[in-house]
Design a protein around this ligand. Structure first.
Ligand SMILES: [Zn+2]
Ligand SMILES: [Zn+2]
Length: 704
């Protein structure tokens, strides 16, 4: 009998479809051994030896694995193809062979003898398909110690940082706080951005547009909008209303003609196939999914055998997959959509992990309309994500899309008969547009509907009539807060974290309430700010971006067998330990600022009312808490009346899953609610329309 062991029951079920009667399957349900929950579990005196104990609730699985193992001649460890999977494989082998007495005691299972010629082998595949499985069974190996060591090193490193820093935070800031190595650096990014925004000085500037008219036939005219870009050969920089007024006055008294029309052809490459990072970014941008959600949907697709492994930073594609998609493109769309040669994508990250592939569908014939999942719970989400992955992969092997770009430069000169003009400048205004003439890969990922207005056919020196001059006051904007997509992008760019860590990191810092999402964007909470300042102030070198990236590189080197993990740990730990001691002694206690309401507590009549942040959002309590337990609902107003009933105030509320939304203070009488902050009326609809037409970009957010 052959026994195949995987970590998830869904994966086991998918594999069982390809296997004959001489195979049986078992699932570990994740890690079976890990560091202990309540103690450090790392012997720092003895080369950082980790103490792995049986994970609570996994005793049953271990017992079953052992029973099944006694019936087997061959055992294949088929856990996921990465460091975590490798570590699980190692632990499974250990418990089957019954190597540790403490595990035996804990699981209370008497070891039955294993078959004397039992073989335990590790197999690895990146997609759960029959071919991949057969291929893997033909090339089994033993558990890779280096990969396991890299997993141990990450676990131990994070454990040391978390376990040593938390008590310090309890003592110096507030009980219950915790710190993490990568999490802290991620919070730091968000805090620093918030401070950049706060320090930003906005500057006024003005943009000027002309609505012009051209005679396209005897009876017909066509209007188009040009933007002022130059006057007297200098870039048009208009700082204030007065300057804008002068220009508008000039332009209203000017003659207009076409200075030149420039046409050129532009080719656009498709984007590379998805990695974990680009997939999470696309789902965040297009569907506002959190990376946690994207990863969980991807996990189900992978486990059902529909896509390749979803934790990867590689854009590499297997030759067989490329051959198949090329055939598909030719058959489905025609030869003109197929490039002469297959496209290859450079692997972007410095060290792509463990020779993974990009994320792609396992069966290109499984188009979205044929898509069905055996597990029906999240069919629609799964279908959405599968569709993205499928399109991205097909498009990445198609020909360029081709555009005709037209740039029209218009010259405006004040009419000679008008006297007493403040200036007599020559203005250059511009309109540009692109028209797609061959769709190429855009056949599969169409341009969004947001296309630029077409430009009229005009010739050099042609005279134009002015319809209207439009001026618009603007202000320079601070860098935007991070959203899910830009945060992952930045983490990847800085080399902080890896495909397996983006989603858990971003989720953890929200669960710990160091940051919160405001209209889909991250901002630090008062607790987050305080903890950040304390940690960065005292452990700057540990939570340095470059240092964190270096640690990730070191872990990669451990995985490749180029570095001893204990050595890496030693280099990290001794300076860290020294620092810990001195901070423990020297650092002063810090206070988390609370918002004061300026009212006395109605209960004890002594304390002051303050706003605190709890698990379900903000609430009002007494400053003497825990001595006084006065608690009240907090209504966070945004200074606006309800757009529906016009009586209540718009207030900030939080869902059970801690997502922020806006509601009416007269709830439940008025049911008005919105995810987005209601806009304050100001700009007229027409202004908005003109602006949209003029400034709309042809290139929709492109990673779609
Ligand atoms: Zn009180
Ligand atoms: Zn209302």
């Amino acid at each position: 009998m052959n026994l195949i062991i995987v970590e998830s029951p869904t994966k086991a079920r998918t594999l069982s479809r390809f296997l004959g009667k001489d195979y049986s399957l078992e699932a570990t349900y994740g890690h079976i051994k890990d560091l202990p929950k309540s103690t450090l579990g790392v012997d720092v005196e003895h080369n950082f030896k980790p103490e792995h104990v049986v994970v609570e609730k996994r005793e049953k699985e271990i017992k079953r694995l052992r029973e099944q193992a006694t019936k087997a001649d061959k055992i294949y460890l088929a856990t996921d193809p990465d460091r975590e999977g490798e570590a699980i494989a190692k632990h499974v082998e250990e418990v089957i062979r019954g190597q540790e007495p403490e595990v035996n005691k804990k699981t209370k299972s008497k070891l039955k003898p294993l078959s004397s010629n039992l073989l335990i082998r590790r197999i690895v595949f990146h997609e759960i398909t029959k071919e991949a499985l057969e291929e893997a069974i033909e090339h089994p190996r033993s558990v890779d110690k280096n990969l396991v060591n890299a997993q141990i090193a990450r676990r131990v490193l994070d454990r040391l940082v978390g376990y040593k820093l938390s008590p310090l935070l309890w003592k110096k800031v507030r009980r219950g706080l915790s710190a993490g190595r990568v999490q802290t650096v991620t919070v730091r990014l968000i805090v620093e951005r918030e401070r950049e925004i706060a320090a930003f000085k906005q500057e006024e500037y003005w943009e000027i547009y002309c609505n012009l008219k051209t005679q396209i036939s005897k009876l017909k005219t066509e209007e188009f909008i040009v933007k002022l870009i130059k006057f007297d050969d200098k870039r048009a920089e208009i700082k204030n209303k007065k300057e804008a007024g002068i220009v508008v006055f000039d332009l209203e008294k000017s003659d207009y003609k076409i200075a030149d029309v420039i046409k050129k052809e532009i080719r656009k490459n498709p984007y590379p196939p998805f990695t974990t990072s680009t997939m999470a970014q696309a789902a965040a941008r297009l569907y506002h999914w959190s990376s946690k959600k994207t990863m969980s949907v991807a996990q189900s697709l992978y486990e059902q055998g529909l896509i390749t492994y979803h934790r990867t930073d590689s854009t590499y594609l297997a030759q067989t997959a490329v051959d198949k998609v090329r055939k598909f493109i030719e058959k489905e769309y025609g030869g003109q959509y197929l490039p002469d040669k297959a496209r290859f994508y450079k692997v972007r990250s410095k060290v792509a992990q463990e020779a993974h592939e990009a994320i792609r569908p396992t069966n290109i014939g499984m188009t979205n309309d044929k898509f069905q999942m055996t597990n029906g719970r999240f069919v629609s989400d799964a279908k959405v994500l599968y569709g993205l992955i499928w399109k991205k992969f097909v498009a990445c092997q198609m020909v360029d899309s081709i555009f005709d770009e037209t740039v029209i430069n218009v010259q405006a000169k004040t009419t000679p008969e008008v006297k007493d003009l403040p200036t007599s400048r020559v203005y250059v205004l511009r309109a540009s547009g692109q028209v797609m003439k061959f769709d190429g890969w855009r056949k599969v990922i169409p341009l969004s509907k947001y296309e630029e207005p077409g430009l009229p056919m005009v010739g050099k020196d042609e005279a134009l009539d002015l319809v209207k001059v439009l001026s618009e006051q603007k202000f320079t904007e601070p860098p935007p807060r991070y959203n899910e997509a830009s945060l992952i992008k930045t983490l990847e760019k800085l080399g902080i974290g890896r495909p397996s860590t983006y989603a858990p990191t971003i989720s953890t810092i929200q669960v710990r309430q160091y940051v919160e999402k405001d209209e889909g964007k991250f901002k630090p909470t008062p607790v987050g700010l305080t903890v950040n300042d304390f940690l960065i102030g005292n452990f700057e070198s540990i939570f340095d971006y470059q240092f964190t990236a270096q640690m990730e590189d070191d872990l990669d080197n451990v995985a490749k067998g180029n570095r001893k993990w204990q050595e890496m740990m030693g280099e990290f730990y001794s300076p860290f330990e020294k620092k810990l001691e001195s901070v423990e002694k020297k650092a002063k206690r810090v206070e988390i600022p609370v918002e004061k309401l300026g009212k006395k507590c109605p209960k004890c009549k002594d304390g002051e009312l303050v706003v605190r942040v709890g698990r379900f959002g903000k609430f009002v309590s007494c400053s003497r808490f825990p001595d006084c337990d006065y608690k009240e609902k907090y209504l966070e107003k945004i200074g606006m009346k309800c757009p529906d009933c016009k009586k209540g105030d718009v207030i900030v509320k939080t869902t059970k899953r801690r997502r922020k939304f806006y509601g009416c203070s007269s709830y439940p009488t008025c049911k008005w609610a919105s995810w987005n902050k209601p806009e304050i009326k100001g700009a007229t609809e027409k202004d908005k329309e003109i602006k949209k037409k003029t400034l709309s970009k042809l290139y929709a957010p492109c990673n779609d």
